[in-house]
Design a protein around this ligand. Structure first.
Ligand code: T3D
Length: 263
């Protein structure tokens, strides 16, 4: 695995740390390739039940590395999106495990939207978010035009995208762009604790929720009700449902394994 991405496992949590701190973790092809390899490994590893995505140094991610756009020949940005950004967002949303983005500093452009592609986004108080694209004549990509209105409504989405203003993590939490803003002190530990608690939850249920939330974006209520029924039917056959009910009856904490079928 390249140094551009640090990969660390603690228990059932795999932490991916974007690691180009001198460029505020701007995304270049090497980072994208390392991320793709990391997600491929996570997809096939049942022992990993949560993913924590964060950045090294003072930034989370400053978006696409703009230096690759300097020079005489114009790059086809659509090709870069096809090759790297869209597959990344799609596999994050499809991953049958929770992804927590721990935004430890500035999240700009595709870096902000990379965070929003996670299932739960937390940020430390000194972090901030900016849909910086407009400053360089681009539109929000990496799912930005989809995530923003879903999360904060059309009015705020348009304001954020068209003005490109920077908002603090506190504001981001207040408008529902992210789950929570946490103190700077102990942020990394708090992020790991959150990921660890998610990794101990019934993983199949989280996977099914992701499937349902993904489908809700385009489904009618009728279709969504049917999907919930089908998914719940599957959940009702998991060992974690049996364990959850048993633990409730025995008045003890449940010990979920995340398995789809009994051992
Ligand atoms: O190209 C494609 O593949 C298509 C896809 C496009 C998707 C996109 O993400 S487009 C949007 C790209 N991102 C941006 O436009 C943000 C650019 N960065 C900034 O506006 C600012 O750096 C920040 C607001 C993020 C942070 O500002 P500040 O003052 O805290 O830090 P700084 O001094 O600007 O940056 C520190 C260093 O990181 C600096 O390098 P230096 O001068 O010390 O050698 C700066 O150039 C570098 N850096 C920051 N962002 C990027 C970057 N280098 C390359 N690409 C960046 N995106």
């Amino acid at each position: 695995m390249a140094d551009e991405l640090l990969v660390h496992t603690e228990g059932a949590v795999r932490t991916l740390t974007l690691n180009r701190p001198e460029k505020l973790n701007a995304l270049n092809p090497a980072v994208h390739e390392a991320l793709a390899a990391a997600f491929t490994a996570i997809e096939s590893d049942d022992t990993i039940r949560a993913v924590l995505l964060t950045g090294a140094g003072r930034g989370f991610c400053s978006g696409a590395d703009l230096m690759q756009n300097l020079g005489g020949t114009q790059r086809d940005l659509g090709a870069a999106i096809d090759q790297h950004y869209n597959p990344l967002v799609r596999r994050m949303r499809a991953l049958p495990k929770p992804i927590i983005a721990a935004v430890n500093g500035v999240a700009a452009g595709a870096g902000a939207n990379l965070a929003l592609a996670a299932d739960i986004v937390i940020a430390c108080e000194s972090a901030n978010f900016t849909e910086a694209f407009i400053r360089i004549g681009l539109i929000p990509d990496a799912g930005g035009t989809f995530f923003l209105p879903h999360l904060v409504g059309d009015a705020r989405a348009r304001g954020l995208a068209m003005l490109g203003e920077t908002i603090t993590a506190t504001e981001a939490a207040a408008i529902g762009l992210i789950w929570r803003c946490l103190p700077d002190a102990g942020f990394a530990q708090a992020a790991l604790a959150l990921a660890t608690s998610l990794a101990a939850k019934p993983t199949q249920a989280i996977a099914a929720m992701k499937q349902a939330f993904n489908a809700a974006a385009t489904n009618s209520l009728d279709a969504q009700l049917d999907l919930e029924r089908d998914l719940q039917r599957t959940m009702g056959r998991t060992p974690d449902f049996a364990e959850g009910v048993r633990a409730f009856a025995e008045k003890r904490p449940a010990r979920f394994t995340g398995a789809a079928t009994p051992p």
